[in-house]
Design a binder for this molecule. Structure first.
Ligand SMILES: CC(C)(COP(=O)(O)OP(=O)(O)OC[C@H]1O[C@@H](n2cnc3c(N)ncnc32)[C@H](O)[C@@H]1OP(=O)(O)O)[C@@H](O)C(=O)NCCC(=O)NCCS
Length: 271
């Protein structure tokens, strides 16, 4: 497990620099900002992206921690774990993890939520009324879409990662129009999702809030937000892979069953 440990430390250290390089190259004329020796991980990420406001450094610290991972069963956490179980090296396994973030049900939900909220403000103005918001939510649902940033595969209550971001926003950006909208959504959306009768968790998750904080401090390139999710996930991914190697966990494989097993199962279920 020691080479894995070394590789993971290397990965964790380099991913922010690579991500910042991509950001600076795409959005800031390629002017690269070297890391700052005296700054911590999250602070340095903000710094290398080009942000110096101490509050933005705090946002990035918060962001990196809450996106690192929770229980590993989510798409990106699990995808990385699966690929690493074949003894693929941490760099290649991490690419699988990051690819898992590409879907709107997972890593793109933060972008979708922010763009969705910006669209509401564009269409209804900053002082959107409760009725307008209800109509907008129903319009979204009736067009076959989900409400981004709501629901969860496992949680059955308000996501604590939403709550800590809300606490930060209440303290530092209470008048931000997008924050006011996300607060209003917290009152309006859950009863509507409950009305659908099928949504297991009608409460807000981490993704409905993260874009608002980044946007407020000037990281307005929404399509880049998921990259920061990926940087953060390197921490959770690495800790899992190091433990997997240390414990010598075997190749991971979903259980498969025969047609006979399926037939018997269905007969029993129907009986
Ligand atoms: C996260 C998510 C993928 C979990 O999916 P899940 O485990 O299948 O959730 P549920 O068991 O509650 O889903 C049951 C039904 O409710 C729907 N549902 C769940 N969350 C919903 C939402 N936010 N808006 C509308 N419908 C939703 C599902 O699409 C599913 O409908 P279907 O049976 O017609 O396919 C889902 O809640 C979702 O798509 N949320 C929006 C995207 C998002 O925020 N992702 C980030 C999660 S951290």
């Amino acid at each position: 497990w020691e080479p894995t440990y070394e590789d993971c430390l290397n990965l964790i250290a380099r991913v922010p620099a690579v991500a910042a390089y991509v950001y600076r190259r795409i959005y800031k004329n390629g002017q690269v900002i070297p890391l700052h020796d005296s700054l911590d991980y999250g602070g340095n990420l903000a710094h290398m992206l080009g942000f110096e406001d101490p509050q933005m450094l705090e946002v990035m610290r918060l962001y990196v921690i809450i996106h690192s991972d929770h229980e590993g069963g989510n798409v990106s956490g699990h995808a990385g774990h699966l690929v690493a179980s074949a003894l693929s090296d941490p760099y290649l396994s991490f690419t699988a993890s990051v690819n898992g973030l590409a879907g709107p049900r997972h890593g793109l939900a933060n972008q979708d939520a922010l763009l969705w909220m910006k669209k509401i403000i564009e269409e209804c103005g900053e002082n959107v009324t409760t009725e307008q918001l209800k109509d907008y939510v129903w319009k979204t649902l009736n067009s076959g879409q989900v409400v981004p940033g709501y629901g969860h595969g496992v949680l059955r209550k308000v996501d604590p990662r939403y709550t800590c971001q809300r606490e930060f926003a209440l303290k530092h950006l209470p008048n931000d129009p997008l924050f006011q909208l996300v607060s209003k959504m917290h009152e309006v959306v859950p009863p509507i999702l409950q009305q659908l009768g099928k949504v297991k968790n009608p409460w807000p998750n981490v993704d409905v809030h993260s874009g608002i904080l980044l946007n407020h401090y000037g990281l307005t390139e929404t399509r880049y937000h998921t990259v920061l999710f990926g940087v953060s996930r390197s921490l959770g991914f690495s800790s899992q892979v190091i433990w997997d190697r240390a414990l010598g966990l075997p190749l991971e494989r979903p259980k498969s069953v025969t047609m006979e097993w399926l037939e018997n199962y269905c007969k029993q279920a129907a009986a």
